[in-house]
Design a protein around this ligand. Structure first.
Ligand code: S5P
Length: 276
């Protein structure tokens, strides 16, 4: 049956990529399909939020380049928290250049993303060479790549044949591409008869998730965990401001409460889905 009707545990046993396997195992063990996106600019807030939401998440999503007071200790603490709370790390870098450049951006510079992020992501716009470049660094380290095949923002150009071509790119590199940023499952999308799609299991990570708001003033659009997991078959819900609120007024108790609430919503939608 289609991967989204199987349990995360069943899928973990069959998955060929170590980062995807570890993520699926973590989801099953901690009973969570929640990823928190920690989009704050101070390292103190960044680490405080992660320490509070850690018990409720399978994956922490970062934008490491927005931290104003970044230094190497941010990565050290992030890695300590990932061990303490048992979650994986996803740097939302959205690479979008030629293979040679993205290989350098992934491995080098200030952030050395490949040395600490289990997952990172890329736009499909440069074509298959972006996967060649990133995999030359990430594959030997056991990392996984997520392709953006759809975006959550109003007016996104990631539709129709673009989405199909992105899925086709992923299908030809299943050793390294483990899933999509998308709003729905991509099973069989863009496949031609010669493609064997029966063995493919792409994880679908869905951003644009919120319970109390339909969007923001800059084109973000929100759907509920139930809509994305149960109705659209996505595997991981990515929640940012719905959990940490306004980052200039951090309320740690409320962050904990919201993380527990989104974990519960996402997990019950998943349980309902696999019992169908
Ligand atoms: O299509 C997308 C892809 C991504 S990765 N739409 C998104 O919103 N994102 C990211 O998810 C975005 O960069 C941000 O870090 C997060 C959503 O944050 P929120 O506060 O709106 O939940």
């Amino acid at each position: 049956s289609s991967p989204h009707l199987q349990t995360y545990e069943q899928r973990a046993k069959k998955h060929g990529n170590p980062a995807a396997r570890k993520l699926l195992e973590t989801m099953e063990r901690k009973k969570t399909n929640l990823s928190v996106s920690v989009d704050v600019t101070k390292k103190k807030d960044f680490l405080a939020i992660i320490d509070v939401v850690g018990p409720f998440v399978c994956l922490i999503k970062t934008h490491i380049d927005i931290i104003e007071d970044f230094d190497q200790t941010v990565i050290e603490h992030l890695q300590e928290l990932s061990v303490k709370h048992d979650f994986l790390i996803f740097e939302d870098r959205k690479f979008a250049d030629i293979g040679n450049t993205v290989a350098l951006q992934y491995s080098s510079g200030v952030y050395k993303i490949s040395s600490w992020a289990h997952l990172t992501n890329a736009h499909a716009v440069p074509g298959p060479s972006i996967i060649t470049g990133l995999s030359s660094i990430g594959l030997p380290l056991g990392r996984g790549l997520i392709l953006l095949s759809e975006m959550s923002s109003k007016g996104a150009l990631t539709t129709g044949s673009y989405t199909e071509d992105a899925v086709r790119m992923a299908r030809s590199r299943r050793d390294f591409v483990v899933g999509f940023i998308a709003q729905k499952r991509m099973d069989g999308i863009g496949a031609i008869e010669a493609d064997d799609v029966t063995e493919e299991d792409f994880l679908v990570l869905a951003p644009g998730v919120g319970l109390d708001s339909k969007g923001d003033a800059m084109g973000q659009q929100y759907r509920t965990p139930r809509e994305v997991v149960l109705e659209s078959g996505c595997d991981v819900i990515i929640v940012g401001r719905g959990i940490y609120g306004k980052s200039d007024q951090l309320d740690v108790e409320n962050v904990r409460k919201q993380a527990e609430r989104y974990r519960q919503e996402g997990w019950s939608a998943y349980l309902e889905r696999v019992s169908l």
